[in-house]
Write a protein that binds this ligand. Sequence first.
Ligand SMILES: O=C(CO)[C@@H](O)[C@H](O)COP(=O)(O)O
Length: 227
Amino acid sequence: MSRTIIAPSVLSADFSKLGDEVETIVRAGADWIHLDVMDGHFVPNITFGPPVIKAIRNRTDKVFDCHLMITPADPYLAAFADAGCDVITVHAEAGPHLDRSLQAIRNLGKKAGVSLNPSTPESVIEYVLDRLDLVLLMTVNPGFGGQAFIPSVVEKVKRVKAMIGDRPIDIEIDGGVTPETAPLVAAAGANVLVAGSAVFKGGSEASYRANIEAIRTASDGAMKRAA
Ligand SMILES: O=C(CO)[C@@H](O)[C@H](O)COP(=O)(O)O
């Protein structure tokens, strides 16, 4: 059984020392680094873009998992690839040509992801499954850290898992992930968990390590029981 991939969202990190926070979270056990890019248009919040990602790229070799909450996304895909993102995820709701966006990401040599808001049906990915490396299911409405997990998405995880079949596509969950909610989505089929506030609480390497371990233990246990 492969263990859960834990991807801390730096949205909850201390931005005044972002590079140091990335190094600390890696030492504490992070598998991937999740980068939430928000434009104040697709979502009601603004974060950072390619220059900031490029500035922290040399702090770790871990996968940079870039979640674009921007519209339009296509004009900026090359900039995020150049900045060092390994996985680039666009929202299905953010543009009219999902197939084109996914092709563009793969043509840049990057892994292609699609994200679905909690209210978006999984049927939107039916005809792009062969262009996908990752499906990111939002368990909060995107825009902010620290929101409550939306439980109805657990059934969507199961349906997406069934749609994917034996394709090598990761199922990632984002929003309200804690040691209490992680087992629900892991048992349903998710293998990548994004967590911001539940990982960065405590503000020290020791607390980050304990926080990551608590989520991993809970999700790995659930994955094993479901296998
Ligand atoms: O994309 C987003 C929010 O839009 C997330 O990545 C959040 O940053 C997750 O934060 P927590 O819910 O884990 O605090």
